[in-house]
Design a protein around this ligand. Structure first.
Ligand code: DX5
Ligand code: ZN
Length: 224
């Protein structure tokens, strides 16, 4: 079963409660929450205060993607939020020992740990830490904004992660984020992605939010 994680970045912030109710009623399993600091990426979004309130109106899995220069400190800012998965960027620390420290801190809080790489970062660099992470997030656009065009040449990274997982008997999830719609989602599923993040395709879907979610959820079945 494919996991669909609609990205709140594309929600209508003037009507956030309504959009979260729409998400709650849908078949989407996760909610993707993009934290940007205006430093690691050229954009600023939302932080712990808003997430704390969001968590009070949904029981679904909270999937937080932090695009910040200081993941180790940022974890503490979210102390009072109910987070299920916390994903940080390898490029924010650029050092495997530091990555280990971030992963350990996330796990100590009882949260699953994900690591993400930007399009220009080779996936093989993550090899020494793959045994201890719960998810790898492959960015299929440059992080910073919703509504960008999918980069199909990122799919080779998903194949590599799938092979490595099988050969080493590991269990991490493979997530992809950026430019996902029905066509690109189909490609991602064919390249072994387990979890599809989709912002504009769900929240700005011309038919409906449910249509966006359900068409992505149907992908696994078609390829099985
Ligand atoms: C981009 C964010 C994404 C974004 C995806 O940096 O990490 O989660 O919301 O938006 P779409 O699906 O519109 O490309
Ligand atoms: Zn994201």
């Amino acid at each position: 079963m494919i996991i669909v994680s609609p990205s709140l970045l594309s929600a209508n912030f003037l009507n956030l409660e309504k959009d979260i109710e729409m998400f709650n009623k849908s078949n989407a399993q996760w909610l993707h929450y993009d934290v940007m600091d205006g430093n690691f990426v050229p954009n600023i979004t939302f932080g712990p205060q808003i997430l704390k309130q969001v968590c009070t109106i949904t029981d679904k899995f909270i999937d937080v993607h932090i695009m910040v220069v200081n993941p180790l400190e940022t974890i503490d800012y979210f102390e009072n939020c109910r987070i299920d998965m916390l994903t940080f960027h390898y490029e924010a620390v650029n050092d495997l020992q530091q990555c280990n420290a971030v992963i350990d801190k996330i796990h100590e809080k009882g949260i699953q740990a994900g690591i993400s790489i930007k399009p220009n970062t080779p996936v093989e660099i993550l090899e020494p830490i793959l045994h201890k992470i719960d998810m790898v997030l492959i960015m299929s656009v440059e992080p910073g904004f919703g509504g960008q065009k999918f980069m199909p040449n990122m799919l080779g990274k998903c194949d590599w992660l799938h092979d490595y997982r099988r050969k080493n008997n590991l269990n991490y999830l493979i997530q992809i984020d950026g430019g996902i719609n029905y066509e690109t989602g189909k490609m991602a599923v064919e390249h072994h992605c387990d979890c599809l993040v989709a912002g504009s395709y769900c929240f700005n879907n011309p038919i409906s939010f449910d249509h966006g979610v359900n068409s992505l959820l149907s992908l696994k079945k078609e390829n099985q």
